[in-house]
Design a protein around this ligand. Structure first.
Ligand code: ADP
Ligand code: MG
Length: 263
């Protein structure tokens, strides 16, 4: 057994456990052996050990952020077929996914299109890419979030609930059009939009154009004010294509059995 291995089993190991440095504990023996073999200066050894700890902490942080995001793991940009939505520029989407300057400005992203056109998948893919870049994202069905905020308002803790959402650089509100028309509900949605305006980004998917958002926000003045804030700094993606599901289903019609009678 090498001297380094004995060390991590003994006092060094106990100290690393106590200090909660599991990565260093796991790698210490190997790195110390390499350092002994190659005669590293002490500083190089220290740097190497701490680099490993920092790298693993970053990986764990991204994993935690991904878990907390509630994003579907399979809805990535790598699995999104851009040829299905020719009106959406892949280069533009990649620039939103890679450059995060729009998040620093609190700009928004709005995706419109019929059910099945790929809105949720595309926005989720951008969400995953932003998590890879170290940002915090939350994906939620708009109607569920509205219910949660409504319950918070009843319990007089709406400000606290909105503050919790502030931790996220991007809030994805999926399916705005399914929010029920109800004054109390939609005004919490307005509060959320107003609270994040020009500070923190929101991405929204919707089956209905702005002209029908009056069905979501019961009061016309509130509808105009909400749309105004959302649109002021925003990218709008119009995905006017037929449902991807329907298209792939029609392309996968089962082949005719070899001895089926000819029609
Ligand atoms: P929407 O949110 O517009 O209703 P979804 O994003 O939920 O549509 O897409 C419906 C289904 O089709 C999902 O399983 C999604 O992964 C898939 N899909 C849609 N568009 C694409 C695309 N361009 N490339 C790959 N899969 C797609
Ligand atoms: Mg959707």
């Amino acid at each position: 057994m090498s001297a380094a291995k004995q060390n991590t089993d003994g006092r060094l190991g106990l100290m690393l456990t106590e200090l909660r440095l599991p990565t260093i504990k796991r790698l210490a023996a190997e790195i110390c052996d390499q350092s002994d073999r190659e005669g590293w200066p002490a500083r190089q050894l220290l740097e190497r050990v701490l680099e490993q700890e920092m790298a693993e902490r970053e990986v764990r942080r991204l994993e935690r952020n991904r878990m907390a995001s509630c994003l579907s793991s399979d809805k990535r940009l790598s699995t999104f077929d851009f040829t299905a939505v020719p009106m959406v520029s892949k280069a533009h989407i990649l620039s939103l996914a890679e450059g995060q300057e729009w998040l620093d400005r609190g700009a928004n992203l709005l995706a419109f299109g019929a059910p099945g056109s790929g809105k949720s998948h595309l926005i989720s893919g951008i969400g995953h890419a932003l998590i890879d870049a170290g940002r915090r994202v939350l994906f939620t069905r708009c109607s569920e979030l509205v219910q949660r905020l409504q319950a918070a308002r009843r319990d007089l803790r709406l400000p606290q609930e909105l503050a919790k959402l502030d931790r996220f650089d991007l809030l994805i509100l999926d399916d705005l059009s399914y929010v029920r028309r109800d004054q109390a509900e939609t005004s919490v949605l307005f509060d959320l939009i107003a609270e994040r305006y020009e500070r923190k980004s929101i991405a929204i998917t919707a089956n209905t154009p702005f002209s029908q958002w009056g069905d979501v926000f019961a009061d016309p003045a509130m509808t105009v004010a909400a749309i105004d804030r959302l649109v002021h700094h925003s990218t709008i993606l119009e995905m006017n294509v037929e449902s991807y599901r329907r298209r792939s289903a029609s392309q996968q019609k089962p082949p005719r059995p070899p001895n089926a009678p000819k029609k």
